[in-house]
Design a protein around this ligand. Structure first.
Ligand code: ADP
Length: 322
């Protein structure tokens, strides 16, 4: 369990994290989201003891990181662009980590296998692609068999197979009862990976909620309606609009109604004697919910970037030197 208790971090005049209180619980994948500059990296750095809170606390199983007796065995972390000596081989990199933390060399080989790097274990890390570097970082995070994992943008640079592999790995680790705290700017990926979400904006908590609840609460329901009776659809549209729903036509015989449930629309169609060929709720997306929720928290000039799923995360991480 990770416990943030009224944690605040100020850099001079700038408040990067502002009285954040949240528990990151075991047995779940918790997604960590927020626009650029929201304070995600600063929060992660405080959890890992790389930054000291101005006030409040960030605790791992009730202790500060610096007070953990065997940090790698309790918490594993993948940070972006983590410095790895480029001249070292993957195996030697992990062996040196293992050695300083009393972890066996067998465990190193096992983890190289788990992340799919056994064949290139003897290669220099400097020759690795971004995706291979991420796999090595994940191996490092798993080395001490920790109960808690923090993964910052873990799918960065991975191909679709790699992305699925990371997703399955996180889900499997959570199912074993571990605490998985993961940041990602890829909303669609987060939607299928996380059970729970913590969203921050301008250093403050915006949401701490199960994925399903968040999407259901923030999104207006959209329903697709199709009928071969065009005039009947016109009448239905008039009724729906009068009832406060928005209607958008997709073609001559189909439309999307926003703000009315399938039940309401079905009843209306029945009363009108309108034959329907389709009446289907459309999936609400995390991305829509996220944009709605963070609209007020995006720093000036950031909206278009923050709203894009292809956010420029490299830039934001470079800012804090992670
Ligand atoms: P995120 O990871 O969500 O993009 P950060 O934690 O990197 O956000 O940054 C939060 C805010 O704090 C930003 O406005 C950033 O510019 C500022 N900040 C972060 N680190 C420092 C630092 N070392 N010195 C001064 N300001 C910083």
């Amino acid at each position: 369990m990770i416990t943030l208790n009224q944690v605040t971090k100020r850099y001079g005049e700038k408040t990067a994290v502002d009285g954040l209180s949240v528990n990151i619980e075991p047995g779940k994948v918790t997604g960590f989201l927020g626009p650029n500059g929201a304070g995600k990296s600063t929060t992660i750095r405080m959890i890992l003891g790389l930054d000291v809170p101005t006030s409040g606390s960030a605790l791992i199983n009730g202790k500060r990181y610096v007070d953990l007796r065997h940090p790698l065995r309790e918490i594993g972390a993948l940070l972006e662009a983590k410095a790895v000596h480029p001249g070292r081989t993957a195996r030697n990199h992990l062996r040196s980590m293992a050695k300083t933390h009393g972890i066996s060399t067998e465990r190193v080989d096992e983890m190289l296998g788990v992340v799919g790097l056994s064949d290139v274990a003897g290669k220099r890390v400097g020759s690795f692609s971004l995706g291979m570097g991420q796999r090595l970082g994940i191996a490092g995070a798993l080395l001490g068999d920790p109960e808690i994992l923090i993964l910052d943008e873990p799918v960065n640079g991975l191909d679709p197979d790699g992305i699925r592999w990371v997703r399955d790995l996180m889900r499997a680790l959570a199912a074993q009862g571990r605490t998985i705290f993961v940041s990602s700017h890829l909303m669609s990926e987060m939607q299928v990976t996380a059970d729970h979400l913590v969203i921050i904006g301008k250093g403050r908590l915006l949401a701490d909620s199960p994925m399903e609840e968040l999407i259901a609460k923030s999104s207006r329901q959209r329903v697709k309606v199709r009928s071969p009776e065009i005039r009947g659809l016109d009448t239905l549209t008039a009724r729906l609009t009068a009832g406060g729903a928005n209607v958008r036509w997709l073609g001559d015989d189909e439309l999307v109604a926003e703000g009315a449930s399938p039940g309401t629309i079905g009843d209306m169609a029945f009363e009108l004697g309108l034959r329907l060929h389709e009446l289907s709720p459309m999936d609400a997306s995390l991305e829509e919910a996220y944009i709605e929720l963070t609209a007020q928290s995006v720093e000036y000039g950031e909206r278009s970037r923050a709203a894009s799923p292809l956010d420029t995360f490299t830039e934001q991480k470079a800012e804090v030197g992670l």
